[in-house]
Design a protein around this ligand. Sequence first.
Ligand SMILES: Nc1ncnc2c1ncn2[C@@H]1O[C@H](COP(=O)(O)OS(=O)(=O)O)[C@@H](OP(=O)(O)O)[C@H]1O
Length: 342
Amino acid sequence: MDYSLPSPDCNTISKTYNGQINSDLIQKTNERYRETLPNLPRGKGWMTEHLVQYQGVWLTPNAALKGLMWVQDHFKPRSTDIFLATFPKTGTTWLKALTFATFNRTRYGFADHPLLTTVPHGCLPFLDACPNDLDGFPSPRLLSTHIPYTLLPNSMTVNQSCRFAYICRDPKDVLVSKWLFMNKLRPKELAPISLEEAFELFCQGISHYGPYWDHVLGYWKASLETPEKVLFLKYEELKEEPSVVVKRLGEFLGHPFSLQEESEGVVEEIVKLCSFENLSNLEVNKWSVLKLLSTQITIDNRHFFRKGKVGDWKSYLTDEMVKRINEITSEKLLGSGLVFGS
Ligand SMILES: Nc1ncnc2c1ncn2[C@@H]1O[C@H](COP(=O)(O)OS(=O)(=O)O)[C@@H](OP(=O)(O)O)[C@H]1O
């Protein structure tokens, strides 16, 4: 089986979560999970009723918490692994497409590229959902994760030469994108979350894999310490100069673009293939669904493509909200050398 091809099986973790694979290791993590869960602080959920705080991070109590414990307890990283790491709604879908297309550019032609018929999420297995299903994948593995850098096991960060491509985005756009997306997925029996509520929760750090600023700072600091291992990107820069960023991505992935490829316009082809305008208009991304077996949730692919703009927060946030979130951002990032646009 060619595992690097898009595979609908990349979410097969449900087998694991549902306990159908019966091993001592799984039992141990499940026990740890069952013992830990009742003692964790709870906050209001955006998509689920609650989020729980584990090791300082807010997670959905079922899939995300179990996924994290799984990775911490059992994932066997390889030195050649490449992870696409993101906080949700910062550009995951886009970077997945770009990474997949860049990494596999000699394997697929642009006219019949897998991304024309597969949602980007179907192209890169989600580590947090299937850590033990990945053992059979040939190296080098391209995987994705939402786990904050500081919560990853040492086996992935300190002890291995695994690489991470990380993308962040202006928190105001992340908040708005997340609020609109989560309300679409929120079960009908739960009342929708108002923007005011979402704003408050986000500012307090209570959102999936939040606090947002801590997530960003974890990868930012790691990128300063080990730039060869952590590539730190910004959604806004990718929008501004996609070709420049794709070339950096190529180098980071260990596949720099040759002069010939550049003169043949390969970089631009990748940028075009993965552009919002192209991906959001494909049949697969307009009408198909992504089944997240681990959470039993089905997501319409079109929800991953809303506007794809920088600064759409201006249509939603009040001046007061902007002032508060900007203040939090300045405070949190103070002295880090990292800034977001105003
Ligand atoms: N190709 C491309 N180019 C530019 N922007 C894109 C692209 N694909 C998705 N998007 C926009 O990214 C936002 C979704 O973020 P994520 O992909 O991180 O979401 S998720 O975590 O995977 O659910 C969401 O942003 P908003 O439009 O602001 O809501 C998407 O529209």
